[in-house]
Design a protein around this ligand. Structure first.
Ligand code: AMP
Ligand code: MN
Ligand code: MN
Ligand code: MN
Length: 278
């Protein structure tokens, strides 16, 4: 039994604050023994992350967090243990990234329309990887110019559905994301299921679709889960026969509630997802 695996976190290649090497060193320092870097929609940090992880004596698994939309609801799918050169996956992700730049420009226009100009250019300066511009970069820039006190405050008043800086976007479909991951030999996992605005019945419909399309895992222990979420998604993991994952969703020392590797263990009877990829 592996003690401490963490299969969800971000570097500056997406919207994390630290370069991949520093995320790797921090994970190793926190006692993680098997680790995946899962940047949003980009595989660019994986070679550096793997080299530093292995030098630190930590096991490494390729990872990514893919942005999808299912029945109009934005959802994230983590891919683990794939071939990071596979053209189905690299090509699909390249297309997703080009959609992000278009969305970011429209977000800038929407904010200019309410009297906050120059936000696209400002947010771009916060993006370590210009092709992976995210709402998190917008939030950091808007805090820096005093629009809100902190990042959660910017999301609450400007960047969530119905708020002036939010623009609709067509992400990948569930079928595309699972297809790319599987073609590249990886395992698809539902990220932080406790965060989605789905009723109980909708969540079951989503998990039915996810399983039918070849999905195999679900995050049970997550930096964004309460103790009640852990019990609830452990039950769903058993019901669907999914493997269970554990991930901090660490973005940076100042922004994350849970540090790398500092999560409760998985409920003992669940099948840990590292068995499929470790
Ligand atoms: P995007 O992929 O551009 O839609 O940006 C989503 C990212 O913004 C997530 O991956 C989180 O890092 C961050 N985020 C989303 N909602 C919130 C929130 N309410 N408070 C703080 N950060 C958030
Ligand atoms: Mn993020
Ligand atoms: Mn996510
Ligand atoms: Mn994440």
């Amino acid at each position: 039994m592996l003690g401490n695996f963490d299969f969800h976190c971000h570097s500056a290649v997406s919207d994390g604050l630290l370069p991949p090497a520093e995320v790797a060193r921090r994970a190793a320092g926190n006692g993680v023994d098997l680790w995946a870097l899962t940047d949003h929609d980009d595989l660019g940090g994986l070679p550096e992350a793997q080299a530093v992880a292995e030098a630190a004596g930590m096991g490494f698994v390729n990872g990514v967090e893919i942005s999808i939309e299912w029945k109009g609801v934005p959802i994230h799918i983590v891919g683990l243990g794939f071939d990071r050169e596979h053209p189905a996956l690299t090509g699909g992700l390249a297309e997703l990234r080009s959609g992000r730049i278009e969305r970011a420009k429209r977000m800038g226009d929407a904010l200019a329309a309410i009297g906050i100009p120059g936000v696209f250019e400002g947010a771009k300066r916060y993006a370590g990887n210009p092709s992976l511009i995210s709402r998190a970069h917008f939030a950091r820039y808007l805090v820096s110019i005093g629009i809100a006190r902190d990042v959660p405050g910017v999301f609450q008043y400007y960047l969530t559905p119905g708020k002036p800086g939010y623009v609709d976007h067509r992400w990948a479909t569930l079928e595309e994301a699972i297809g790319w991951i599987r073609l590249a030999g990886g395992v698809a996992v539902v990220a932080h299921p406790g965060r989605y605005k789905l009723s109980g019945a909708e969540m079951r419909r989503f998990l039915d679709d996810f399983k039918d399309l070849g999905g195999q895992g679900i995050e049970v222990t997550s930096g964004s889960h309460t103790p009640d979420h852990i019990l609830h998604f452990a039950r769903l993991a058993r019901h669907y026969g999914f493997h269970a994952s554990r991930g901090s969703d660490f973005h940076g020392p100042q922004e994350s509630y849970v540090d790398l590797g500092r999560l409760p263990p998985l409920p003992e009877d669940l099948k840990p997802v590292w068995r499929l990829v470790g």
